[in-house]
Design a protein around this ligand. Structure first.
Ligand SMILES: Cc1cc2nc3c(=O)[nH]c(=O)nc-3n(C[C@H](O)[C@H](O)[C@H](O)COP(=O)(O)OP(=O)(O)OC[C@H]3O[C@@H](n4cnc5c(N)ncnc54)[C@H](O)[C@@H]3O)c2cc1C
Length: 414
C-alpha cells in the first residue's frame, strides 16, 4: 500500500519504519528541514517501560493548588488562558485523577510499553539497529517524602519487575546517590528499564529508511490541509501543491489537533511544556549510570553516552515552546544539588519541548471515522518509550491484522 505519514518526530519515524519493514510504500512529510527537531529532540531519554503511571492521579489536583503559589519552583505550573480547549482538557484531567481511573490507564500504558520494549528489541536484534546511545541500565525512582513512597509501594504487584528499596539500597545500586542518601526515604527500582538518545534514534531510523526504495522523505514541507471526499482522505495540501494519498497517518505531535479539526475530528490533546539540560561530562565519576527520577522534584536524569540529560517540569499554558529562564534556573539548581560532580550546569545546552498529552496520559492509536485516516498521537511524557509498540500496532491495524496487544483505552473511541 502507499501510505503517507505526517510528522518526522519519533512517532512518525517509527511508524514509517514499521510500515516499510512490512513492505509498504511510505512518504513521510516533515515541516522542518531535518527530522526530530521538535519534542523528540532533547527529551529525558528514558525508556521507562515499567514506571508508566499517568500524571493524572489522586492527590495531584490538591498538590497542583499548592504549586500555584510556588512560581518557578513548582514542578507543575498552570497558566490559565482564554481557551475552551485548555479548560476542557483540564476538566477531563481532573476526572482522570480518580485512583481507579489512574490504575486503569496505567495498565493500558504498561501493556503498550512492554510491547514497545519487545518491538525495539526485535529491531535491534533482527535489523542491527544501533548507535543511538542505547543501554539496558535500569531505573530508580527516588522519594524524599514518606507518604509518596508508601503510595507508590502500595501499587507494586510483587512480580519482581519493580522492587522497593530503602535509602541504603538505593545508594548501593546507584553509588552516585550516596551523598543524597540521608535525604531519601527510599526508591522503586525497575531493573528492566532502558535509556537511549531519542534524536539519534530518529536519525538512525531515517538513515535506514533512506536505503529503502519504498521510502520517500518530503522534508521542509508543511501540510496545511487535508482534503476528504466520500468518507476518505484523498490528498494533503503542501503549499500550492497537493499530494494524493491512499492511506494517511497523522503523527504530527501537538500540531495534529489543528490539522484534524477542519475534518470534524477533535483530539483531546493539549501541549505540556517541559525543559531539559544537556551537560557534556568530563568523566563519569559521581554521575548516575542508572536512570534516576527524583519523584518529589519531578526531575529525571539519564546518562546518554558522554552527556548527562536532565529533564523536568510541566507548564500547562499554551502552544509556544520558548525557553523560560526562570524555569531553566530552577532546573540548574536542582541538578547541581543532586549531582554536583557533573560540572557547571550553567554551561549546559538548554531546551524546551511540548509533550502532546491527553488528559488520561494514554495515546490515541488507530482508525478514525474516515476510512483511510489513521492516528498515532498523544503520547505525552512517554512518547519515546511507547513509540515502537505504537508503530507496530498501527502497522498491524492498517494491514488488517489482529493487534498484538488489546487496544482498549488506546483509541479515540475507547
Ligand atoms: C522535557 C521532556 C522530557 C521528556 N522525557 C521523555 C522520556 O524520558 N521518555 C519518553 O518516553 N518520553 C519523554 N518525553 C516525551 C516525548 O519526547 C514525546 O512524547 C515525543 O517526542 C512525541 O513525539 P511525536 O513524534 O509525537 O512529536 P514531535 O517530536 O513533536 O514530532 C512531530 C513532528 O511533526 C512535524 N509537524 C507538525 N506539524 C506538521 C505539519 N503540518 N506538516 C508537516 N510536519 C508537521 C513537526 O515538525 C515534528 O517534527 C519528554 C518530553 C519532554 C518535553
Amino acid at each position: 500500500m502507499r501510505i503517507a505519514v505526517i510528522g518526522g518526530g519519533v512517532i512518525g519515524l517509527t511508524t514509517a519504519y514499521a510500515l516499510v519493514r512490512q513492505g509498504h510504500q511510505v512518504e513521510l512529510i516533515e515541516k522542518r528541514d531535518q527530522v526530530a527537531l521538535e519534542t523528540s529532540f532533547a527529551n529525558g531519554g528514558q525508556l521507562s517501560y515499567r514506571y508508566v503511571s499517568p500524571l493524572a492521579d489522586a492527590g495531584v489536583p490538591l498538590q497542583a493548588l499548592g504549586w500555584m503559589f510556588r512560581g518557578n519552583d513548582a514542578p507543575l505550573r498552570f497558566r490559565p488562558k482564554m481557551s475552551m480547549q485548555q479548560w476542557r482538557w483540564c476538566a477531563r484531567f481532573l476526572l482522570a485523577c480518580r485512583r481507579s481511573t489512574n490504575r486503569r490507564n496505567a495498565a493500558h500504558l504498561l501493556r503498550l510499553a512492554l510491547h514497545s520494549q519487545q518491538v525495539l528489541r526485535n529491531w535491534r536484534e533482527q535489523d542491527g539497529l544501533d548507535d543511538f546511545a542505547w543501554r539496558a541500565n535500569g531505573k530508580l525512582v527516588i522519594y524524599r517524602d514518606r507518604a509518596s513512597l508508601d503510595k507508590a509501594a502500595a501499587g507494586l504487584n510483587g512480580d519482581g519487575n519493580q522492587q522497593l528499596f530503602d535509602a541504603d539500597q538505593c545508594a548501593a545500586i546507584e553509588p552516585a546517590l550516596q551523598p543524597l542518601a540521608d535525604a531519601l526515604q527510599g526508591g522503586i527500582y525497575s531493573p528492566g528499564d532502558e535509556v537511549a538518545d531519542c534524536h539519534l534514534f530518529c536519525r538512525r531510523l531515517l538513515e535506514r529508511l533512506g536505503r529503502s526504495p519504498n521510502f520517500q522523505l518530503h522534508g521542509g514541507q508543511t501540510v496545511t490541509a487535508l482534503r476528504s471526499e466520500q468518507g476518505r482522505v484523498c490528498a494533503v495540501r503542501l503549499g500550492p501543491e497537493e499530494l494524493a494519498v491512499d492511506h494517511l497517518v497523522v503523527a504530527a505531535g501537538a500540531a495534529s489537533v489543528a490539522l484534524l479539526r477542519p475534518l470534524g475530528i477533535e483530539l483531546p490533546i493539549y501541549p505540556l511544556k517541559g525543559y531539559s539540560l544537556t551537560l557534556p561530562l568530563r568523566n563519569h565519576a559521581g554521575i548516575p549510570d542508572t536512570n534516576v527520577t527524583d519523584y518529589d522534584n519531578k526531575v529525571v536524569y539519564a546518562r546518554l553516552g558522554d552527556n548527562l540529560r536532565v529533564a523536568a517540569m510541566v507548564d500547562i499554558g499554551g502552544w509556544d515552546a520558548s525557553l523560560d529562564q526562570g524555569r531553566i534556573a530552577m532546573l540548574q539548581r536542582l541538578a547541581s544539588e543532586a549531582f554536583p560532580a557533573a560540572g557547571d550546569y550553567r554551561s549546559a545546552t538548554q531546551w524546551a519541548g511540548l509533550r502532546p498529552a491527553t488528559p488520561e496520559g494514554t495515546p490515541l492509536l488507530g482508525a478514525t471515522e474516515l476510512d483511510n485516516l489513521w492516528l498515532n498521537v498523544g503520547h505525552g511524557s512517554l512518547g519515546f518509550t511507547l513509540a515502537c509498540g505504537s508503530a507496530d500496532l498501527l502497522c498491524g491495524l492498517i494491514g488488517d491484522q489482529r493487534p498484538a496487544v488489546a487496544l482498549d483505552g488506546l483509541t479515540l473511541t475507547s
